[in-house]
Design a protein around this ligand. Structure first.
Ligand code: VGL
Ligand code: ZN
Length: 255
């Protein structure tokens, strides 16, 4: 399928109805395939369908109606050991996130992705007076979503104009200091979402900020800890992030 990127800098605004429709269309064609085995023994087919239903029941418990999966910054610079801001164990979240994508799809839930998307020079980088080693520079390998990540929904970019885009929901303008929203809240609301499962990288930076913003915006928020890893720029950052999320009423699922 075509991957849709939602970037406020793009001239081409996202067609929300289209992207949501696309997610659902792919889900229903998979179900059609399941029943389409010609010449297959009927008992075998019935077994497979029962298995499918069991899996779907489980998925519906994790992704009840109104739930969406948000996959934060699963990009080469964070998830590949050769990446510019490699998060230790980052590559291990890819199959775990993919299983969440699968569960979300089985339950008919929408999936959204964020992508850290920086200009080559930005006060976000240590070399330009900021905090971080250079990472996720627009149109480079490091900024690409991990090649094994399953992508089944729209991608929301953040940090495109040199902002500190930690949360998938907002970015801080480096000149005015003003915080401007990304398209994520609108996309979720338009899809009827009231609950989000937040996964990806990094637990103590962008996953935390995305989850906290989601809670502030009134979403019910769950973070499955197996689907994330922390940068730990300072020792203890991961523990502090968990405490902050818990205080904000976010459900942390132990790994
Ligand atoms: C992130 C540091 C700087 C993240 C992004 O995605 O967690 N961390 N920019
Ligand atoms: Zn960044």
């Amino acid at each position: 399928m075509v991957t849709q990127t939602v970037d406020q800098q793009d001239d081409d605004p996202v067609d929300v109805a289209d992207s949501i429709g696309q997610v659902q269309a792919v889900g229903s064609s998979r179900h059609a395939e399941q029943g389409a085995g010609t010449g297959q023994h009927i008992g075998e087919l019935a077994d497979r369908m029962r298995g499918g239903h069991r899996r779907q029941d489980r998925s519906m418990q994790q992704y009840p109606t109104g739930t969406a999966l948000v996959v934060v910054d699963v990009q080469n610079d964070f998830a590949d050991p050769a990446g510019g801001l490699y998060v230790s164990g980052g590559e291990e979240v890819v199959p775990v996130v993919n299983a969440e994508v699968e569960a979300a799809r089985d339950a008919g839930a929408a999936v959204f992705y964020t992508q850290d998307w920086h200009p080559a020079i930005t006060p976000h980088f240590a070399k330009d007076g900021g905090t971080w080693p250079t990472h996720c520079v627009q149109d480079t390998w490091g900024a690409e979503l991990h090649p094994e990540l399953r992508i089944v929904g729209p991608v929301v970019r953040k940090g495109s104009s040199g902002e500190d885009g930690y949360s998938g929901f907002s970015q801080r303008d480096p000149v005015t200091g003003e915080t401007v929203p990304t398209a994520l809240d609108r996309l979720l609301r338009d899809a009827g979402v009231t609950r989000v499962v937040v996964t990806g990288l990094a637990e103590d930076v962008c996953v935390k900020e995305t989850a906290l913003d989601a809670a502030r915006l009134g979403y019910d928020v769950t973070v499955p800890l197996a689907a994330t890893r922390a940068v730990e720029l300072q020792d203890g950052d991961a523990q502090r992030a968990r405490e902050e999320m818990q205080v904000a009423g976010i459900t942390l699922v132990p790994s």
